[in-house]
Design a protein around this ligand. Structure first.
Ligand code: GDP
Ligand code: GDP
Length: 434
């Protein structure tokens, strides 16, 4: 579970330049499995060995070029709610603007670590100009140049130093489920169907961060923690359930979960926004179950369900091996099945396969379908082992790992999926030198 760092500031100060710099190095590793387009406003980074999630909140403001003050306010409130640490970026070229002052005013009231980053400081003269940002009343500032990285090291030292201490969660062995999806998909209704009756609540475990609460349930004979119900309780605070707000909520819930229950409104389909949330979960290597809700609203013919399912699978290629359950929260239809499936995915994700079994099953398959020769060189895979990580990762040891291309890695992943059940679980395949 990593800390969340939000980057806020008005348009054109250099937020996305700085953001891209932060996530660049990681991205290459994280995206090694498939070439699907992902949300670029959200990424993983690490500094001094501390991993964190970065959100470029500006990326969620629609029409950010001519953004209105109200949008900035929302962006900042969002950051205040969702992040552990906030980086407020300002621009030395323009100096202090009224909009900067508004943002500073909001941030002065926050009791989370806030770092003021004066950007575009790429000369000594600008270093002096930066001093005017003291007037924002946020104390010390950091001068940086996002474009070449200068000064960002000192800033990041301070940022990771400020991360709150997080205690280990209790009940680590219970599945942690996050219910995610677009506004109006039926998330609250689903959760209410699960928790409607108080007696199913076993305990309220106060979360490690002030706004994340795990609640332990015992329902249908399964025990699990529901993640981020706090967000749902606070819902009344959010008048417009705007898209980016809900994505932000999802980010935190996804981070804290083992399995995401992605609720899709059948009457709206598996649209771009839902896909966005799906890839967030996939990229975080969380288990996923797709719940197609409001199935009662859909007029059914012989193949309706099949066709609907096929359409979703097409969109989530190449990670098609995800359970899809058609539910109606309204009619309490297949709610049990939904939870049962989520528990299965949880078990798939924590599954450990012995090195011996892996080799016995996969080596003969590999022998029949070896990696194609590359530049006249033959790759020989010698053995396979599962890495001791919380989610399934496999290392294939061979003589020339750099010659194994993505299509063959996907072949290996598919064989792993065929031979051992990993449905709903992102898996990683690494080629290592031996
Ligand atoms: P955002 O709207 O806050 O995300 O800003 P962008 O990252 O898109 O940057 C806005 C403009 O500022 C772009 O033209 C960048 O190239 C430029 N910029 C960003 N960082 C720096 C910097 O460190 N120095 C200079 N001189 N320009 C920068
Ligand atoms: P959330 O924004 O994702 O939490 O969605 P809500 O749980 O607030 O539900 C949005 C609307 O969809 C409400 O009017 C619900 O009554 C309705 N709804 C939820 N589940 C179903 C369902 O299975 N069938 C139908 N017909 N409506 C549903």
């Amino acid at each position: 579970m990593s800390n969340i760092v939000a980057i806020v500031g008005r348009p054109n100060v250099g937020k996305s330049t700085f953001f891209n710099r932060l996530i660049q190095r990681r991205e290459a590793i994280v995206d090694s499995v498939s070439g699907v387009t992902r949300d670029r406003h959200y990424g993983k980074s690490d500094w001094n060995g501390k991993e964190f999630t970065v959100i470029d909140t500006g990326g969620y403001v629609i029409g950010s070029e001519d953004v209105f003050e109200a949008e900035i306010d929302k962006q900042v409130e969002l950051a205040i709610d969702e992040a552990d640490v906030i980086i407020f970026v300002v621009d030395v070229e323009t100096g202090v603007t009224p909009m900067d002052e508004d943002v500073a005013k909001l941030l002065r009231k926050v009791n989370k670590p806030v770092f003021l980053a004066v950007n575009k400081v790429d000369s000594g003269k600008r270093e002096d100009q930066a001093m005017e940002f003291y007037t924002l009343g946020l104390g010390e500032y950091y001068t940086i140049a996002g474009i070449n990285g200068s000064g960002t090291g000192d800033l990041l030292d301070a940022v990771v130093e400020a991360f709150p201490e997080k205690e280990e969660q209790e009940d680590e062995n219970l599945p942690r489920f996050a219910v995610v999806g677009r506004p109006n998909a039926g998330k609250s209704s689903f959760i209410n169907a699960l928790i409607g009756e108080e007696r199913y609540i076993v305990t309220d475990i106060a979360g490690t961060t002030r706004d994340s609460i795990d609640t332990k349930y015992n329902r249908f004979g399964f025990e699990f923690n529901l993640v981020d119900t706090a967000g749902i309780r606070r819902k009344s605070k959010v008048k417009e359930d705007i898209e980016f707000y809900s994505v932000m909520r999802s980010v935190r819930a996804i981070e804290h979960s083992d399995v995401c229950l992605l609720i899709v409104d059948a009457s709206r389909g598996f649209d771009a926004q839902v896909q966005n949330i799906f890839w967030l979960a996939q990229r975080n290597r969380k288990g996923i179950v797709i719940l197609v809700n409001k199935w009662d609203l859909v007029e059914k013919e012989t193949n309706t369900m099949k066709d609907f399912e096929a359409k979703i699978r097409k969109e989530i290629e190449p990670f098609t091996d995800v359970p899809i359950v058609f539910i109606s929260v309204l009619n309490k239809q297949r709610i049990f099945k939904a939870i049962e499936t989520a528990v299965e995915v949880y078990h798939n994700r924590s599954k450990k396969i012995k090195t011996r079994t892996l080799n016995d099953v996969l080596l003969p398959i590999i022998q029949n379908n070896p990696p194609p020769a590359y530049k006249g060189k033959y790759v020989k895979i010698k053995f396979i082992t599962q890495l001791p990580t919380p989610q399934p990762q496999f290392a294939f040891f061979c003589n020339l790992p750099q010659y194994v291309r993505d299509p063959y890695k996907r072949f290996l992943e598919n064989k792993l999926r065929q031979e051992f059940d990993f449905s709903g679980v992102p898996i990683s395949v690494y080629l290592r030198k031996k």
